[in-house]
Design a protein. Structure first.
Length: 202
């Protein structure tokens, strides 16, 4: 990694920490604590794609994108964005849904398929995982995650996917409310310490 790449990585980490925990040195302490030293519980949820889901309007000023890597690079070149907007680079996952509002990125989630890198779960051939869901802080409270689930589920169903799963930290109350409201059911709970965790088949 060259000097520019290293600086970009540090800038991305800074943006991620501030988006999750706020500004200040204590935010970095929390980031390291939760990532390396605390025993965390993650909940696996599943949604059976056995019906057509009622899609929810996002608003006239919100645009849904399914960008290529090249198109993402253009968006990432405009402003510093947290790690969740760089998953194609870090994890090799290629499919994402990105929302823009008046041309500004506001939300992203990624879709993992069978064979993709996936912590906590081994994805089956008829299963997909919605992961790295992130709304920029200034746009939270609009329910974008909840509103994007039906559209995503319908598109995956049209591809022959029969089940959608997601993995959420048990402390992420807002995300848990979104998925349970959308019809997801709890499948399993997984303990993790830093990078070490159980993996289950889905």
């Amino acid at each position: 990694m060259g000097t520019n790449g290293f600086i970009n990585r540090l800038t991305t980490i800074k943006s991620t920490v501030e988006s999750l925990y706020g500004k200040g040195w204590f935010s970095y302490v929390k980031y390291l604590y939760y990532g390396l030293f605390r025993i965390n519980t993650f909940i696996v949820y599943e949604l059976t794609l056995d019906r057509v889901f009622v899609e929810i309007p996002l608003g006239d000023d919100v645009k849904i994108l399914r960008p290529t890597t090249e198109e993402l690079d253009v968006i990432r070149g405009v402003r510093v964005l947290p790690k969740a907007f760089h998953i194609d680079k870090t994890d090799g996952i290629k499919c994402c849904y990105l929302l823009t509002k008046n041309g500004e990125p506001v939300y992203v989630h990624w879709i993992s398929y069978h064979g993709d890198t996936s912590r906590f779960v081994r994805i089956g051939k008829k299963t997909a995982r919605i992961t790295y869901i992130f709304t920029l802080p200034e746009f939270r409270g609009e329910g974008y995650y909840y509103k994007m689930i039906p559209l995503t589920a319908n598109e995956l169903r049209s591809q022959g996917i029969e089940r959608l799963v997601t993995v959420i930290h048990d402390g992420n109350v807002a995300a848990i409310k979104s998925v349970t409201k959308a019809g997801f059911k709890e499948l399993a709970r997984i303990k993790a310490l830093g990078p070490f965790n159980q993996t289950i088949d889905v």
